[in-house]
Design a protein around this ligand. Sequence first.
Ligand SMILES: [Zn+2]
Length: 62
Amino acid sequence: MTEKICLNCGRNSNEIPLLALEYRGETYHLCPQCLPVMIHKPHNLAGKLPGAENFAPANHEH
Ligand SMILES: [Zn+2]
């Protein structure tokens, strides 16, 4: 990955602060506004982040 863009909304670090995520040896970037998507609706990132469809949503139900 050459350009650092939010993997959900595609904004770059000139537009919004980006958080670096390390995953499977790769570095991905996500903006704070999209962080809740990864937390609550990770399947929305399927196709953008390999394996995202397998993330367990943090729904805190027991
Ligand atoms: Zn974003």
